[in-house]
Design a protein around this ligand. Structure first.
Ligand SMILES: Cc1cc2nc3c(=O)[nH]c(=O)nc-3n(C[C@H](O)[C@H](O)[C@H](O)COP(=O)(O)OP(=O)(O)OC[C@H]3O[C@@H](n4cnc5c(N)ncnc54)[C@H](O)[C@@H]3O)c2cc1C
Length: 448
């Protein structure tokens, strides 16, 4: 493949060329070497690349903000279409919509919407890409009030494997609209996403942290708080290890109700005394995405495990706490996120997102610096996941599956998986869009 033969306006980077190493750097500290990285200058570059790859049957990956936790958007040997430069966000204040280019990050969307007193469900970290987040679910601070991000996708522009640019919404291409909201990256290259916004300008949010050894009391209080929580309260239990070896635990929260009510809601934490760190305060909604920004540094080595939990009974709490005590890596974080509310209310059949049944979502992110630690750290993470598994609900959140969990992909798409395979056969029979939690096209036998 000669660099000049790829028909795009943007820069085409080959191994060894200036800029190539910077362009292949993503959130996860992996050493991937694509055959080419194309910095798309506009969405017509993306269309040209789909056409180019389809004609030659070449593997094509789409990389947005590069926060895939399995690093699938930056594969070895494939052509990578990078949308990182395409970050435009337009706000339609009348219809309360955001029209977002494919490389935009959550912080950019949040800031643009906040200027007009608007917001929608977003990721906990500003640099996460809107596309990868919203196309596969999107669990965030406002989800109990407004659903996961995929529920707020009103329209998408998608280039499918046949080269067609399609406008996908409830009225146009309803099958694709169903599939794109939960399994999006399997069906095409998205060139624009339109998301519903809501009139929220200020929230009360932040973290309350305590020393690690009071984690049992914090988790117990968290259970009580979440059992009584209304839709305006989104919380997670949190435990983390840090580079200096200290452990801390606490609760992260975002409250859209009357701030005067919050003290009573958080009363179960009162017996613990003053937190060692308390960042809970009234803030502009555009600041929400920064609450966790510094805790998972870009370029570190990571391994993750996640499960949906039906509830938080004594046995799952004891299991999580036992494993938390064994944290030794410097960037380890354990989350138990409260789901339910609007996430659970949308009918399961309305979209391909299959995570509506869970009471909570468990996630451990284990992070460290040196390759020499890989084997032990990965074994520890797997052990944590295995210990929680007997307490888990069925399925898994697609975005939280790591590279060694392909066997969990069908379960993650749940009851919709056969329909997704049939649609994959219709829209991407050669599985061009495969650098994701991949859904193989339904085979001939099954189709007849
Ligand atoms: C630090 C951190 C914090 C996170 N916080 C949250 C959180 O709060 N809630 C949550 O639900 N998830 C969270 N996640 C998970 C995150 O939502 C997913 O990893 C998401 O896929 C990242 O999207 P991206 O665009 O940044 O990633 P990328 O690596 O660029 O892409 C992810 C996947 O989407 C595909 N893709 C990207 N752009 C397009 C496009 N235009 N068209 C088609 N396919 C495309 C890629 O090919 C790849 O398969 C977090 C991840 C990290 C690393």
């Amino acid at each position: 493949m000669s660099v000049s033969s790829i028909p795009v306006r943007g820069e085409v980077l080959a191994p060894g060329q200036a800029g190539y190493d910077e362009a292949r750097r993503i959130w996860k500290g992996v050493d991937r070497r694509p055959s080419r990285i194309v910095r798309c200058a506009d969405t017509s570059d993306l269309r040209s690349l789909v056409d180019y790859a389809a004609r030659r049957q070449l593997p094509l990956a789409i990389a947005g903000a590069g926060h895939d936790i399995a690093a699938r958007s930056m594969p070895d040997d494939a052509i990578v279409a990078s949308t990182a430069a395409l970050t435009r966000v337009e706000i339609d204040t009348e219809r309360r919509l955001a029209v977002v280019a494919p490389g935009a990050q959550w912080g950019q969307l949040a800031a643009a919407a906040a200027r007009y007193g608007l917001a929608t469900t977003g990721a906990s970290v500003a640099t996460v890409g809107v596309a990868g987040f919203a196309l596969h679910g999107g669990l965030g601070w406002l989800m109990r009030g407004f659903g996961p991000a995929c529920d707020n996708l009103r329209e998408l522009e998608v280039i499918t494997a046949d080269g067609m640019l399609r406008r996908v919404s409830g009225d146009s291409e309803p099958d694709l609209y169903w599939a794109m909201r939960g399994a999006g990256s399997n069906f095409g290259a998205v060139t624009a996403l339109t998301l519903q916004l809501y009139p929220i300008s200020r929230v009360t949010a932040g973290m309350m942290l305590y020393p690690g050894d009071v984690a049992p009391a914090v988790l117990d209080a968290y259970r009580t708080i979440t059992a009584a929580a209304g839709d305006e309260l989104v919380t997670h239990f949190y435990y983390n290890g840090s580079p200096d070896g200290t452990h801390s635990t606490g609760i992260g929260l975002c409250y859209t109700g009357d701030p005067a009510d919050l003290a009573a809601i958080l009363a179960p934490l009162a017996p613990l005394g003053r937190p060692v760190h308390d960042s809970v305060r009234d803030m502009g909604v555009g600041e929400l995405q920064a609450v966790h920004d510094s805790s998972t540094p870009r370029g570190a080595r990571y391994h993750l495990r996640a499960h949906y939990l039906p509830d938080l009974d004594d046995s799952v709490c004891a299991t999580v706490l036992d494993r938390c005590r064994t944290v030794t890596a410097p960037f380890t974080q354990v989350f138990v996120e409260h789901m339910g509310g609007a996430v659970a209310r949308q009918p399961l059949a309305d979209s391909a997102f299959a995570g509506r049944h869970a009471g909570y979502s468990f996630l451990v992110i284990n992070g460290w610096d040196t390759p020499a630690e890989d084997a032990d750290r990965i074994a520890w993470t797997r052990g944590f996941g295995d210990a929680v598994r007997p307490h888990a609900a069925h399925g898994a959140y697609v975005n939280y599956l790591d590279y060694d969990e392909d066997h969990r992909i069908p379960g993650a798409f749940g009851a919709g998986y056969p329909r997704l395979r049939a649609l994959k056969r219709r829209y991407d029979p050669d599985n061009m869009f495969r650098f994701n939690r991949n859904i193989p096209p339904e085979d001939d036998h099954a189709a007849h």
